[in-house]
Design a protein around this ligand. Structure first.
Ligand SMILES: *Cc1c(COP(=O)(O)O)cnc(C)c1O
Length: 376
């Protein structure tokens, strides 16, 4: 069976974990956490990076940082992961879902302005498959209406838009280091603060609502409860594991890109024959091979292809059920405008196996199996 995902192991993880055991310092914000945060700040270019226990928690922190009042609104795509919306609904905001662009599956920035109301406070853009949204337009619209821009860059670590890394362009960025993502600590994430005004409060929120970070820096002589917060910091064990992968991000990235390119070249004849659609990468984007998906004619064809691939030892999986048609999405949010593409395109999309260390032979076997399906 060619599995859909095999979590990456790059080799340096064990050495760093042994150092944590030897240091006898397991809780958060130790040496390895600091090294991960410094690496993210320097490599990607953000004012402040804070490791979190997940991207979901980074998004929740963003929800707290925006200080939503009940029924204030946040604009986002419906084609996204649950956490994108749940994190904000949890903090009193109402998600307003808009349609996507079919060629990238990202929110259609041309529909944002029509969804803005006096209650709108923020836009959450999610860069699907590590391919960026139109950040120039989004930042321009946000500036005009005084909205915060939060990037759900869970899938976008190492990917770029116009020479800038995902997560560093909006006011706040969120990364995921879940084992299904390109770089992992099993469970993990990071909050990227690109607007200085959120910095101090982000540290407080992450430390249970206390000013412990300032205390550790010697800026205050005792620490105390100063605001709302929770415990969003990962242990040193997670940070050590993650550091090994972030330090070798280029190796992981180029390996994934090679598989992605092999799929693209191998499946191009099927696209040229009008059988399937392949991912589209706009000129201003450098993607990170987070995912390789194809689009079939419709849901029935996708179901048949999924079954055919399973029979041929290939695990292929579909993706999000649009949030506006989910139980909680209907309860806490609403769809603005017309669902021209969200449902239709999500029903066509099928993700193929892609992971660090995937062999060219496995890639070719998947291409072969897909091609055989369309020969009949
Ligand atoms: C994976 C993912 C998340 C959640 O990440 P966790 O680290 O598992 O909380 C959020 N948003 C998107 C778009 C994702 O792909």
């Amino acid at each position: 069976m060619i599995r859909f995902n095999v979590p990456p192991l790059i080799g340096g993880e064990k050495k760093y974990l042994e150092q944590v055991l030897a240091n006898r310092k397991f809780c958060g914000d130790g040496d390895f956490t600091r090294r991960c945060q410094n690496l993210i700040e320097q490599k990607f270019g953000t004012k402040r990076a804070l490791l979190t226990t997940s991207c979901t928690h980074a998004l929740e922190m963003a929800g707290l940082l925006c200080d939503f009042q009940p029924r204030e609104e946040v604009i986002m795509p419906s084609f996204t992961f649950v956490s994108t919306a749940n994190a904000f609904a949890l903090h009193a905001a109402s998600p307003v879902f808009i349609d996507i662009r079919p060629e990238t599956m990202n929110l259609d920035e041309r529909l944002i302005e029509d969804a803005v109301t006096p209650r709108t406070r923020a836009i959450v853009c999610m860069h699907y498959a590590g391919v960026a949204c139109r950040m120039d337009r989004i930042m321009e619209i946000a500036g005009r209406h005084g909205l915060a821009v939060i990037e759900d860059a869970a899938q976008g670590v190492m990917a770029q838009w116009n020479g800038r890394f995902h997560g560093t362009i909006g006011h706040i960025g969120c990364y995921s280091f879940h084992e299904t993502k390109n770089y992992t600590s099993g469970e993990g994430g990071a909050l990227l603060i690109n607007d200085e005004k959120f910095r101090e409060r982000a540290e407080i929120i992450r430390e249970k609502g206390t000013n412990r970070s300032r205390f550790l820096r010697g800026e205050v002589d005792k620490y105390t409860w100063v605001d709302l917060g929770s415990s969003y910091l990962p242990s040193e064990l997670n940070a050590a594991f993650l550091l090994a992968q972030l330090e070798q991000a280029e190796t992981l990235n180029s390996d994934r890109l090679a598989s992605w390119q092999r799929y693209f070249t191998g499946l191009k004849p099927l696209e040229d024959a009008g059988k399937i659609s392949l991912p589209f990468i706009p000129d201003c984007c450098v993607h990170n091979a987070h995912m390789f998906y194809i689009k079939t004619a419709d849901l029935a064809e996708r179901t048949a292809l999924t079954e055919h691939l399973k029979q041929n030892g290939v695990q292929a999986v579909f993706h999000y059920v649009p949030l506006h048609s989910s139980v909680a999405g209907m309860k806490y949010g609403r769809f603005h405008g017309t669902d021209r593409y969200t449902t239709r395109e999500s029903e066509r999309l099928l993700r193929l196996p892609l992971y660090y260390g995937m062999t060219p032979e496995d890639c070719d076997a998947v291409i072969e199996a897909v091609t055989r399906f369309y020969r009949h």
